[in-house]
Write a protein that binds this ligand. Sequence first.
Ligand code: HT7
Ligand code: ZN
Length: 883
Amino acid sequence: PKEIFLKDYKLPDYYFDTVDLKFSLGEEKTIVSSKIAVFPRIDGSTSPLVLVGQDLKLLSIKVNNKELKEGDYHLDARRLTLVSPPSGAFTLEIDNEIYPHKNTSLEGLYKSSGNFCTQCEAEGFRKITYYQDRPDIMAKYTCRIEADKSLYPVLLSNGNLIEQGDLEGGKHYVLWEDPFKKPCYLFALVGGQLESRDDTFTTRSGRKVSLRIWTPAQDLPKTAHAMYSLKAAMKWDEDVFGLEYDLDLFNIVAVPDFNMGAMENKSLNIFNSKLVLASPETATDADYAAILGVIGHEYFHNWTGNRVTCRDWFQLSLKEGLTVFRDQEFSSDMGSRTVKRIADVSRLRNFQYPQDAGPMAHPVRPHSYIKMDNFYTVTVYEKGAEVVRMYKTLLGSQGFRKGMDLYFQRHDGQAVTCEDFFAAMRDANGADFCNFLLWYSQAGTPSVKVISSYNADAHTFSLKFSQDVPPTPGQPVKEPMFIPVAVGLLDSSGKEMPLTSVYHNGALQSLASNGGPVYSTVLRVTKREEEFVLSDINERPIPSLLRNFSAPIRLETDLTDSDLFFLLAHDSDEFNRWEAGQVLARKLMLSLVSDFQQSKPLVLNQKFVHGLRSMLCDSSLDKEFISKAITLPGEGEIMDMMDIADPDAVHAVRTFIRKQLAQELKTELLSTIESNRSSDEYVFDHPSMARRALKNIALAYLAALEDPELTELALCEYRNATNMTEQFAALAAIAQNPGQNRDDVLADFYKKWQHDFLVVNKWFALQAMSDVPGNVENVRKLLNHPAFDLRNPNKVYSLVGGFCGSPVNFHSKDGSGYKFLGELVVQLDKINPQVASRMVSAFSRWRRYDETRQKLAKAQLEMIMSTNGLSENVFEIASKSLA
Ligand code: HT7
Ligand code: ZN
């Protein structure tokens, strides 16, 4: 397979002005006709025009109305080359056939539950017709669709519906016109038996926009929350960024078979049903929150992605990092800002840090790829969002908004690069961003150490930073980065201390703002070693560092345990309050892991128990914050901090601490459950979600004790629950412990919900993630369950993804977990390479484990690599993992 490099980017030789598409949808085949107005980039040039196409049957090709003969063009499995096009502008017409009913890859045009739909990002348009399938080719499209009227009454594409009518033979047609230029990855088509929930939104300039959410008729009642989310997102983008919707119609279609979460096609978003359909009885609070976030995300792409798009796929984070940042901010404004930040940072630590430390580590803007699909990663998305957040941390809200305004002013209608975004932020503010661009080009998580010292005579407090960016594949040596570190100081009573000035680089800089003192400041750490000295500090302070997680780094401080307990109790930066508890928990877990490995008895630190008890009983705190504060770091996060990851030891220790905590805090946990029951109807708002979150975590702790009375309590909660959030939490609490109760309640849940595929997926995931010994056999059995289907990505993510994400059984020392995944990847790759390559990623950190496990995992990767006909997707991940 061929590797593509950012450094090889060249402007296209030809541009497309208009593209008129015609689809004749059929059961056995679909005919696609395209008519493209082509013009050369350089007047008079007649260099060959290369179009890409995959799994297509070419029927005819015409230039300026004249059919081309063999010899005028070359055709191979992936390319159609016009040898010498006319000089100047010309019209190109191509007819080809495609076979959507056979398309199990779910890219291009395919069928999902009998309906036609498309997925073109990143490079799926080439599976529809021959084209210059690259995002810097932006054109205006029309799309005519013809199909059987009774089978496909609804026919949708981008833009405005400008014509429709009946045809002979029970067929009908529609004609759509999109007035905005777009790259082909934003093209979409949907055809099928769907009904819509309709609503309207009036933009602040008075445009009345029709909103339609399309699903099969029986699912319509479950689209109310999605519609609420869409309207909230439209309003938020106007309020916060001054960005309005630009057409009269916005469609969302929910489909059950979809490789990712959703797709932002211009005015025709296509969504995985999981991220549209919700009712209190069938969806959890987490599902409701995910729907809000993803509906927002895809809507926000209309400006950050569609109106201003990427020049090439290496720039993916330009739209994804920025849009993730925007959706994070939207969700923060709709719920609790601190809790959202905690959730986002946990995700970064649990998934992105391991990626950044493994064989697939790549910069936010990758330098090369074999298959672009493999680079829709937590690095491009989540670390990319952190990079955008750092601009805001450095510039403040107003400065950031100025930068955004300038970005749109300069680049509306263009395909641009990450430097263009950087330049807009810099120029709008006259800012000095020094070597900030390294965040786009250097992979790896920077490690930063801070040593603090207080000088009582001089009343100064010094912070000495040193930083190191670890080597990553292809980048053995790194430059120091520009790291914004937000800092505040607490006095001995826990109050914030005023910050007046800082001495740095031989100069004293005032920190006062508008004449008054500040209580938090952002230090600009840019060198390998650097000191900042804060003045007028009248007592030894406790520093609160990296407030609100101001940079995506690993921070090591010289804070003592008692400093951390103090911050846990007093920090006014709520994120850092939580963080102090997590640092303590990580230290505790690592030290108990070491005890476990040396067969020493495990003993839980009483100060830690006391710290969590105080949080649990503090009625002034937000309940969702408490639920996060009493949750231990995940097993992956702890393994990531070990020289040799030991899943059994980490699991044993985490289980031990959970049980100890449950025992010691039993009274408080029981009263938490009592006082957080509610008979009210389900409401999706922050106080209700927070109440449920706290009650559910208390139940999970207590059920871990395997005490019959507490199991009965969980069973009672399960039976009496009136919403899925509480029902599923009770089910999960009971299912922690093997035995008859677990079997009965799992069987009962399936019986209740077998008609609802989204709920059944939760049932698959819960069993797949279980740490009951030898769970691989259970998972193998579930592969043959009538409700399972390897062709549906959601089911694979639930069952196979769930299994691989749970360390004890996947990393079982007998290799049974690895063998299961190896065999499955080979089978799945023939059906859906994108999904197979996501699954094979579970092997990528095999070198982190002991020798026995390494050998077993490596053997599976080698077996995969030796398979005939392996996709480029899986090849790229497996080969890089072995390299
Ligand atoms: N921009 C979308 C990307 C996407 C995608 C990429 C590769 C293969 C399938 C895909 N489906 C959707 C999603 C987003 O908004 O980030
Ligand atoms: Zn996106």
